[in-house]
Design a protein around this ligand. Structure first.
Ligand code: TYD
Ligand code: MG
Length: 454
C-alpha cells in the first residue's frame, strides 16, 4: 500500500498542476473531474546519459574578473558610450542613417589604434582606395591599418585567423553574406547568420569586432532588431543633416550603462569630440522668440541644456497636424490633451510642430513641461524670458512630477548664466541657489501662471 502511494501522483488534465491525492475539483484552475492518477517515472527509467561532453562548472567567486581588460579607443566620448572602452571578445554594433559618419568615426579610431595594436578594416561598401584617400585627407596615421575588401564571412574569418588582429571592423553587416544561407545579401537571414558567425568568431578568438549597420527608414536596423540579442553592445549614431552635431547612444550594453551619450561634431577635418557638450544645443538667439524654451535634460551621467521650439498655427485641415522632430509624437498628443483638460488651453483647431534643436532625440520625461510651455508661448505669441530654464514631468492629472538629478540640472543651468527656473516642487532645492530664482510648481496651472507673470 505504502509503495503504491509513492509510485503514483495526480495531475490535472487541464492546467497540469500536480497533487499527492485525488481531488474532484482542481484548486489551481477550478476545473472539475480532470485530475487523473499517473505513475511516477521510476529512477531506472529516467533518461540516462546524454551524448554531450561534461562541461566544467565553477563557483561564481572563482570567475576571473581581470580577464576583460578594456582597450581605449582613443576617443573618450566613444569610450564613454562603450562603458569605459572596448572589451576584448566583444561585438559592438554601430547603427545609424547613411552619411551620419559611422565609417568616418571607425576609420579615425582604427587608424589611431593601429599604431599600437593590429587592426583589420573589412569593407564591403567602399573600395580600399576610397578609404585610403579619406584617411589621407584627414591626415590619419596610415602605416599599419590593414584593409580588406571582402563580403564573404567565411573568407573574412579565415583571413582574420591568419592575421590575428585584435580589432576588426565590418563595414557594413548588410553587405556581408555567408554560404550557410542561400538568400540574398542584406536579407534578414543573411544579416543574422553573418552576425552570428562573426560573433562566434570574436568570442572564440578573443578579438573585438565593430559591426556597422544601416538603419531603415522606420529607424530599425535592417532586419527588425534581429541582431540586438546576438551582440554585446548596440550603439546608435544620431544627428540630422542640417546640424553638424552627432550623438552616439548605447541602447544595449553588456559591459556598462545604457543611455550614456557621446557627443561629436562633424567638421571638414572629420569627427571631433565634444567633451563638454552641455550648452551646444542652444541656438542663443539675441532676442527672445515666441515658442522657444530651454530645458535641462539628463542623459546618461550628464546634464544637457537643450532648446525646444514649438510652432502653433491655425489649422484648416480636418485633422490638425502634430509633427515632432526629436520627441515622440504620441507624447505630444498626450501633452496637448493634458494642456486642454487641466490648463484650459485648446489646440484642436491648431497645427502643432515641435522641434528639438540640434538633432538630439529626447526620450526623457523632464522635457514635458518645457514642451508645453513652448507651445503655450507660441500660441499666445509671447516669448519666454531668455534666462529661463524649465524641466519637469507632467502626469495625466495635470500634476508636475519630479525628475532625477534636479540639483545637478539647476547647477548646470546656473553655470551657463540662467537666472530663472520653473521646476517641479519636489525638485526645489532646500537652500537658495546663488543667482537663480526658482519657481517651484505643483500643477500645470501653477506653471502657466508662472510664465504669465514673467
Ligand atoms: P560616412 O562616415 O561615410 O557615413 P556612413 O558611413 O555613416 O554612411 O560620412 C559621410 C558624411 O560625412 C558625408 O556626408 C560627408 C561628411 N564628412 C565631413 O563632413 N567631413 C569629413 O571629414 C568626412 C570624412 C565626412
Ligand atoms: Mg559608411
Amino acid at each position: 500500500m505504502k509503495e503504491g502511494k509513492t509510485k503514483t501522483f495526480f495531475v490535472c488534465g487541464n492546467c497540469g498542476a500536480t497533487f499527492h491525492k485525488w481531488l474532484g475539483q482542481c484548486p489551481e484552475c477550478q476545473d472539475w473531474n480532470r485530475i487523473e492518477e499517473q505513475e511516477k517515472p521510476s529512477p531506472s527509467r529516467l533518461p540516462s546519459g546524454y551524448s554531450g561532453a561534461i562541461a566544467p562548472v565553477q563557483p561564481m567567486s572563482q570567475v576571473n574578473l581581470t580577464s576583460a581588460p578594456r582597450i581605449s579607443t582613443g576617443m573618450s566620448e566613444l569610450d564613454r558610450v562603450l562603458g569605459g572602452g572596448l572589451v576584448r571578445g566583444s561585438v559592438v554594433l554601430i547603427g545609424g542613417d547613411p552619411g551620419v559618419g559611422k565609417s568616418t568615426c571607425l576609420l579615425q579610431v582604427c587608424c589611431r589604434l593601429s599604431e599600437e595594436i593590429k587592426v583589420l578594416y573589412v569593407t564591403g561598401e567602399e573600395s580600399p582606395q576610397q578609404i585610403a584617400m579619406r584617411a589621407n585627407r584627414l591626415r590619419l596615421p596610415n602605416q599599419h591599418l590593414l584593409l580588406m575588401a571582402e563580403t564573404q564571412v567565411e573568407n573574412i574569418c579565415a583571413t582574420a585567423l591568419q592575421e590575428q588582429p585584435q580589432i576588426m571592423v565590418i563595414d557594413s553587416i548588410q553587405t556581408m553574406q555567408t554560404a550557410t544561407v542561400s538568400s540574398a545579401p542584406g536579407s534578414v537571414s543573411q544579416v543574422r547568420e553573418s552576425a552570428a558567425q562573426l560573433t562566434h568568431f570574436a568570442k572564440l578568438n578573443n578579438l573585438a569586432i565593430f559591426l556597422v549597420g544601416h538603419v531603415t527608414k522606420s529607424g530599425d536596423l535592417a532586419g527588425p532588431r534581429v541582431l540586438e540579442h546576438i551582440i554585446d553592445v548596440v550603439c546608435y549614431f544620431e544627428g540630422n543633416s542640417d546640424s553638424r552635431y552627432r550623438v552616439m547612444r548605447a541602447v544595449k550594453n553588456r559591459y556598462g550603462a545604457v543611455n550614456e551619450l557621446g557627443v561629436f561634431a562633424m567638421t571638414e577635418n572629420g569627427l571631433k569630440e565634444i567633451s563638454n557638450p552641455s550648452a551646444i544645443f542652444l541656438s542663443r538667439l539675441s532676442e527672445p522668440m515666441p515658442g522657444s524654451a530651454v530645458m535641462v535634460i539628463w542623459e546618461g551621467s550628464r546634464p544637457l541644456l537643450v532648446e525646444v521650439q514649438a510652432l502653433v498655427d491655425e489649422s484648416h485641415a480636418e485633422n490638425p497636424r502634430r509633427i515632432t522632430v526629436g520627441i515622440e509624437q504620441n507624447r505630444l498628443i498626450m501633452l496637448l490633451a493634458v494642456l486642454h483638460r487641466h490648463g484650459g488651453i485648446a489646440t484642436f483647431n491648431q497645427d502643432v510642430f515641435v522641434n528639438v534643436v540640434g538633432g538630439v532625440k529626447v526620450s526623457e520625461t523632464g522635457a514635458d513641461l518645457p514642451i508645453l510651455l513652448a507651445i503655450t508661448s507660441s500660441l499666445r505669441d509671447k516669448p519666454l524670458p531668455t534666462d529661463l530654464i524649465i524641466f519637469g514631468e507632467i502626469g495625466l492629472a495635470g500634476e508636475i512630477r519630479p525628475v532625477p538629478n534636479g540639483q545637478e540640472r539647476l547647477k548646470e543651468a546656473a553655470k551657463h548664466g540662467f537666472r530663472r527656473a520653473i521646476i517641479p516642487k519636489a525638485n526645489a532645492p532646500q537652500e537658495k541657489f546663488p543667482g537663480l530664482t526658482v519657481f517651484p510648481v505643483e500643477k500645470l496651472t501653477d506653471a502657466l501662471a508662472a510664465i504669465s507673470d514673467q
